[in-house]
Design a protein around this ligand. Structure first.
Ligand code: SF4
Length: 179
């Protein structure tokens, strides 16, 4: 196990005193730099900053940042959720580290797709069957993993098969973080 011990700090961002969203940081007692290229290889949509020795990732509307000696999650609803999120991320790091011999590390920086790039591949009917007012709103939420491709039934019609395939290779598919 790579991370065995850490100190948890949960706070409201200093620029937003009294805000109802929280940030959480796990201060680590080990250096996790070596695991970052393995996370980069396995977390779709992650952006690795080799020079800064950091990796950022968006999951369910939360921004996650992995650094050498800390893991931070922002925009979390409450303290309990912040703790749960961080514990899940630590478990993810440990699982990835344990599986590293089966993963080819990736040292490249990958760009997150823009909402417009995603929108161009959607049916663009604004039919609202996904519950969003427009396809563009749906694209915005897809890029930050707040919606899934399966939420757009139109995409699964045969006429959109090529677009669906292209989207599967493009969008950020944030895997569930196990505990
Ligand atoms: S269901 Fe699909 S096609 Fe309809 S508005 Fe939502 S994203 Fe657009």
């Amino acid at each position: 196990m790579l991370i065995e011990d850490y100190e948890l700090e949960v706070s409201t961002p200093p620029c937003e005193p009294g805000a109802e969203r929280f940030s959480a940081i796990a201060h680590l007692k080990v250096d996790i730099s070596e695991v970052l290229p393995y996370l980069n290889a396995t977390l779709r949509g992650a952006v690795y900053h080799k020079q800064a020795n950091a990796l950022t990732w968006t999951k369910g509307g939360h921004t996650i940042a992995f650094h050498a000696s800390e893991i931070a999650a922002s925009n979390v609803e409450d303290k309990d959720e912040a703790v749960k999120e961080l514990e899940g991320l630590i478990a993810l790091v440990n699982r990835t580290w344990e599986r590293r011999e089966k993963i080819t590390p990736d040292f490249e920086a990958h760009q997150r797709p823009t909402p417009m790039a995603v929108f161009k591949l959607l049916p663009q009917t604004n039919c609202k069957q996904c519950g969003e007012p427009t396809c563009y709103t749906f694209a915005l939420k897809l890029t930050v993993s707040q919606r899934k491709l399966e939420d757009c039934p139109v995409l699964f019609e045969p006429a959109y098969a090529d677009q669906l395939e292209a989207l599967r290779g493009l969008i950020i598919d944030a895997p569930a973080i196990g505990r």
